[in-house]
Design a protein around this ligand. Sequence first.
Ligand code: FES
Ligand code: FES
Length: 165
Amino acid sequence: MSFSTTLTVNGVTRTIELDDPRVTLLDLLRERLHLTGTKKGCDRGQCGACTIIVDGRRINSCLALAISHDGADVQTIEGVARGDRLHPVQEAFIAHDGMQCGFCTPGQIMSAIGLIEEGQAGDDPERVREGMSGNLCRCGAYQGITEAVLEAQKFLGTAHQRKVA
Ligand code: FES
Ligand code: FES
Protein backbone atom coordinates (compact mmCIF):
# COMPACT_ATOMS: atom_id res chain seq x y z
CA MET A 1 0.00 0.00 0.00
CA SER A 2 1.38 3.41 -0.81
CA PHE A 3 0.59 6.87 0.53
CA SER A 4 1.40 10.32 -0.67
CA THR A 5 1.91 13.63 1.02
CA THR A 6 2.18 17.09 -0.49
CA LEU A 7 4.42 19.60 1.23
CA THR A 8 5.71 23.04 0.37
CA VAL A 9 9.35 22.91 1.41
CA ASN A 10 11.28 26.17 1.33
CA GLY A 11 8.75 27.56 -1.15
CA VAL A 12 8.69 24.57 -3.51
CA THR A 13 5.61 22.31 -3.52
CA ARG A 14 6.36 18.60 -3.82
CA THR A 15 4.23 15.48 -3.72
CA ILE A 16 6.11 12.53 -2.29
CA GLU A 17 5.03 8.89 -2.49
CA LEU A 18 5.60 6.91 0.71
CA ASP A 19 5.42 3.15 1.11
CA ASP A 20 5.23 3.36 4.90
CA PRO A 21 2.88 5.62 6.90
CA ARG A 22 5.48 5.81 9.70
CA VAL A 23 7.98 7.88 7.72
CA THR A 24 8.89 10.95 9.76
CA LEU A 25 9.29 14.44 8.36
CA LEU A 26 12.96 14.23 9.33
CA ASP A 27 13.57 11.09 7.27
CA LEU A 28 11.51 12.44 4.38
CA LEU A 29 13.59 15.63 4.29
CA ARG A 30 16.94 13.89 4.59
CA GLU A 31 16.40 10.70 2.63
CA ARG A 32 13.78 11.58 0.04
CA LEU A 33 14.46 15.27 -0.60
CA HIS A 34 18.20 15.14 0.22
CA LEU A 35 17.90 18.16 2.50
CA THR A 36 20.50 16.94 4.97
CA GLY A 37 20.96 20.25 6.79
CA THR A 38 18.35 19.10 9.30
CA LYS A 39 20.22 16.75 11.61
CA LYS A 40 19.26 13.51 13.29
CA GLY A 41 20.63 13.56 16.82
CA CYS A 42 18.60 11.45 19.24
CA ASP A 43 15.65 10.60 16.94
CA ARG A 44 13.38 10.70 19.98
CA GLY A 45 12.49 14.32 20.65
CA GLN A 46 15.16 15.12 23.18
CA CYS A 47 17.94 17.08 21.48
CA GLY A 48 16.34 19.56 19.04
CA ALA A 49 18.88 18.88 16.27
CA CYS A 50 15.99 18.15 13.91
CA THR A 51 14.09 21.40 14.54
CA ILE A 52 12.26 22.82 11.52
CA ILE A 53 9.40 25.30 11.16
CA VAL A 54 6.05 23.89 10.04
CA ASP A 55 3.17 26.26 9.40
CA GLY A 56 4.99 28.89 11.44
CA ARG A 57 5.70 26.69 14.47
CA ARG A 58 8.94 25.08 15.63
CA ILE A 59 8.73 21.32 15.78
CA ASN A 60 10.99 18.33 16.26
CA SER A 61 10.78 16.71 12.84
CA CYS A 62 11.90 13.32 14.22
CA LEU A 63 8.57 13.11 16.09
CA ALA A 64 6.36 14.27 13.21
CA LEU A 65 4.81 11.84 10.77
CA ALA A 66 5.03 13.09 7.21
CA ILE A 67 1.50 12.00 6.31
CA SER A 68 0.09 13.94 9.27
CA HIS A 69 1.41 17.14 7.73
CA ASP A 70 -0.10 16.83 4.28
CA GLY A 71 -0.42 20.34 2.80
CA ALA A 72 1.96 21.91 5.31
CA ASP A 73 4.40 24.71 4.71
CA VAL A 74 7.86 23.60 5.83
CA GLN A 75 10.94 25.73 6.34
CA THR A 76 14.34 24.12 6.82
CA ILE A 77 17.82 25.50 7.29
CA GLU A 78 18.38 25.29 3.53
CA GLY A 79 15.60 27.85 3.01
CA VAL A 80 16.60 30.66 5.35
CA ALA A 81 19.39 32.43 3.43
CA ARG A 82 18.56 34.60 0.43
CA GLY A 83 21.07 33.59 -2.21
CA ASP A 84 24.50 34.53 -0.91
CA ARG A 85 22.96 36.59 1.87
CA LEU A 86 22.74 34.79 5.18
CA HIS A 87 19.71 35.14 7.44
CA PRO A 88 20.38 37.63 10.30
CA VAL A 89 20.24 34.74 12.78
CA GLN A 90 22.93 32.89 10.83
CA GLU A 91 25.07 36.04 10.76
CA ALA A 92 24.62 36.54 14.49
CA PHE A 93 25.63 32.92 15.24
CA ILE A 94 28.86 33.48 13.31
CA ALA A 95 29.52 36.86 14.94
CA HIS A 96 29.00 35.46 18.45
CA ASP A 97 30.69 32.08 17.97
CA GLY A 98 27.41 30.31 18.68
CA MET A 99 28.79 26.95 17.59
CA GLN A 100 31.66 24.56 18.00
CA CYS A 101 31.11 21.24 16.22
CA GLY A 102 28.10 22.68 14.40
CA PHE A 103 25.98 19.52 14.53
CA CYS A 104 23.24 21.12 16.61
CA THR A 105 23.54 24.45 14.80
CA PRO A 106 20.89 24.06 12.07
CA GLY A 107 18.35 23.13 14.75
CA GLN A 108 19.51 25.96 16.99
CA ILE A 109 19.12 28.45 14.15
CA MET A 110 15.65 27.21 13.17
CA SER A 111 14.60 27.30 16.81
CA ALA A 112 15.97 30.84 17.19
CA ILE A 113 14.09 32.00 14.09
CA GLY A 114 10.92 30.44 15.49
CA LEU A 115 11.45 31.97 18.92
CA ILE A 116 11.99 35.43 17.45
CA GLU A 117 8.89 35.09 15.26
CA GLU A 118 6.86 34.00 18.28
CA GLY A 119 7.87 37.27 19.94
CA GLN A 120 8.14 35.52 23.31
CA ALA A 121 11.69 36.15 24.42
CA GLY A 122 12.01 39.92 24.69
CA ASP A 123 15.51 41.11 25.50
CA ASP A 124 15.86 38.94 28.57
CA PRO A 125 18.72 36.38 28.30
CA GLU A 126 16.95 34.10 30.78
CA ARG A 127 13.83 33.95 28.60
CA VAL A 128 15.97 33.32 25.52
CA ARG A 129 17.67 30.43 27.34
CA GLU A 130 14.29 29.06 28.35
CA GLY A 131 12.90 29.47 24.83
CA MET A 132 15.90 27.65 23.39
CA SER A 133 16.00 24.96 26.07
CA GLY A 134 14.72 22.25 23.74
CA ASN A 135 17.93 22.53 21.72
CA LEU A 136 20.93 20.86 23.30
CA CYS A 137 24.52 21.67 22.47
CA ARG A 138 26.90 19.08 23.84
CA CYS A 139 29.97 21.21 23.36
CA GLY A 140 28.56 24.08 25.36
CA ALA A 141 28.23 27.04 22.99
CA TYR A 142 25.25 28.28 24.98
CA GLN A 143 26.66 31.68 25.87
CA GLY A 144 27.33 32.52 22.22
CA ILE A 145 23.95 31.11 21.17
CA THR A 146 22.11 33.30 23.68
CA GLU A 147 24.05 36.40 22.60
CA ALA A 148 23.37 35.59 18.94
CA VAL A 149 19.63 35.23 19.51
CA LEU A 150 19.49 38.49 21.45
CA GLU A 151 21.37 40.36 18.74
CA ALA A 152 19.35 38.88 15.86
CA GLN A 153 16.17 39.66 17.72
CA LYS A 154 17.19 43.26 18.18
CA PHE A 155 18.08 43.55 14.50
CA LEU A 156 14.93 41.86 13.25
CA GLY A 157 12.75 43.85 15.65
CA THR A 158 14.20 47.09 14.32
CA ALA A 159 13.79 45.93 10.71
CA HIS A 160 10.17 45.00 11.43
CA GLN A 161 9.53 48.42 13.00
CA ARG A 162 11.07 50.11 9.94
CA LYS A 163 8.72 48.13 7.67
CA VAL A 164 5.63 49.06 9.72
CA ALA A 165 6.57 52.79 9.98
S1 FES B 1 16.69 14.21 16.51
FE1 FES B 1 14.79 15.07 16.89
S2 FES B 1 14.88 15.84 18.91
FE2 FES B 1 16.76 14.79 18.60
S1 FES C 1 27.91 23.17 18.36
FE1 FES C 1 28.46 21.17 18.96
S2 FES C 1 26.64 20.26 19.72
FE2 FES C 1 26.19 22.30 19.30
